[in-house]
Design a protein around this ligand. Structure first.
Ligand code: C5P
Length: 410
């Protein structure tokens, strides 16, 4: 694996941690940013301190944590003006509805809001709140105002929220926050963007096949690996179209995302996105769909089981690989296997007509779980050529694959 320098190496972040249950994610964020060579100075708001402690933050950041505008020690050591300017980027995470309202109104009633008003550096926010609060007209208004003020937004994800409700409002995952920060600091220039001018189509996530208006069947897939690949390719300058089934992940910055539900929708979106130079099918597409999908919710009837009729879904990878008019120059498939990984992957490569296949071992016997987890163990097959990669973070696997694609074009 090639070890490249992160665009975050030597950069300075001022992280403002607001008061939300998701504040705990910031601890991992700090750790990961430090690993990438970024220095992280933190302002912890009073409500943020209800969720994480200054001690745990400074333990990870290796820096003093600033909390109080009126603390003389803080002001003597480091005035709030200096604090707000001795950074390359200011990130507010989690950005609560209250914090967004204060920022939009330009209030400066504590150290965090004062620093935000005093800074001359770019500001990014990662909102996190209950979905009703996120959708409230006041929050929409504040979000619009912040966008107009040039604040960069890391959109919240959707799914189950800490309050037990479902909806949009979850703080973006750490990977997505890092992706957004890296995208922000991404060096520009043709020599650093080996995939500039290339259009890359990626499928990710599961597909949902409706049984009736409230039920569906699907494969397990978090979408993490596909999103990471999309981010890594965008980082190398590619124009990326990400066709994604339903996931809890926020749309990565700097690429076009087309959300879909079913395999049929995924195929249509892929075909619409052609021509593309490269297609990478990472999605865990459901093999079947229900051909007699009910128009109304199927009622339970004294133990009688509904007779679902299944029909085979289109094989998107195979269709793209065998497209007579618009076949991308390089088509890459994924093969999740639990046994005979190499043999099954080789057979799949032939059957589907793709050029490369990335086989991943989804059995959990050695190491952390791949499904939904952050790590992956893969073998890359390029025709007969086989490369076994060490267990790595999905981001690392993504970067390596993006690098291989860049080498293909080099
Ligand atoms: O046949 P299997 O599902 O194991 O093949 C996996 C590969 O095929 C993955 O790249 C997946 O994205 C792709 N695939 C597809 N459309 C399907 C089934 C799988 O694109 N209907």
């Amino acid at each position: 694996m090639t070890l490249e320098t992160s665009p975050l190496d030597g950069k300075r972040l001022l992280l403002i941690i607001g008061g939300g249950i998701a504040a705990y994610k910031c601890l991992d964020l700090i750790r990961r940013l430090k690993e990438k060579g970024m220095s992280v100075r933190t302002i912890l708001t009073r409500s943020g301190a209800e969720f994480v402690t200054p001690l745990s933050i400074s333990g990870l950041s290796g820096e003093k944590v600033y909390t109080d505008l009126f603390s003389l020690t803080d002001e003597v050591e480091m005035g709030h003006i200096r604090l707000s300017r001795e950074a390359d980027l200011v990130l507010v995470a989690p950005a609560t509805a209250d914090m967004m309202a204060k920022m939009a109104a330009g209030l400066a009633d504590n150290l965090a809001t004062t620093a935000l008003l005093a800074t001359d550096k770019p500001v990014m926010i990662a909102p996190s709140m209950n979905s009703r609060m996120w959708e409230h007209a006041a929050t929409r208004r504040n979000l619009q105002q912040l966008k107009e003020d040039g604040v960069h937004i890391i959109p919240p994800g959707s799914g189950e929220l800490a309050c037990g409700e479902e909806g949009t409002g979850r703080l973006a995952e750490v990977d997505d926050m890092i992706g957004a920060i890296e995208f922000f600091f991404k060096p520009s220039g043709p020599h650093e963007e080996p995939l500039a001018g290339k259009h890359i189509l990626i499928t990710a996530g599961p597909t949902y096949e409706a049984i009736d208006p409230v039920r569906y069947m699907a494969n397990r897939s978090s979408g993490k690996q596909g999103y990471a690949i999309a981010r890594a390719l965008a980082d190398l300058g590619a124009k990326v179209t990400l066709v994604s089934g339903p996931t809890n992940l926020a749309a990565p910055a700097g690429l076009q995302m087309i959300p879909v539900e079913s395999a049929a929708e995924m195929l249509a979106a892929c075909q619409n996105a052609l021509p593309a130079d490269v297609a990478i099918c990472v999605a865990a597409v459901a093999d079947w769909r229900v051909s007699n999908c009910a128009g109304q919710k199927i009622k339970k009837q004294d133990g009688a089981l509904p007779a679902l009729q299944l029909t085979e879904n289109p094989d998107i990878l195979k269709i793209l690989s065998t497209d007579k008019v618009n076949r991308p120059e390089l088509v890459i498939g994924f093969a999740a296997e639990t046994e005979n990984i190499a043999a099954n992957a080789q057979a799949k490569l032939k059957r589907k007509g793709c050029d490369w296949i990335v086989a991943n071992d989804v059995s959990t016997k050695d190491g952390p779980s791949v499904m939904g987890g952050d790590y992956n163990k893969v073998i890359l097959f390029r025709g007969k050529d086989r490369e076994d990669w060490a267990l790595g973070h999905k981001d690392e696997i993504a970067k390596n694959l993006a690098q291989k694609i860049a080498e293909f074009y080099a």
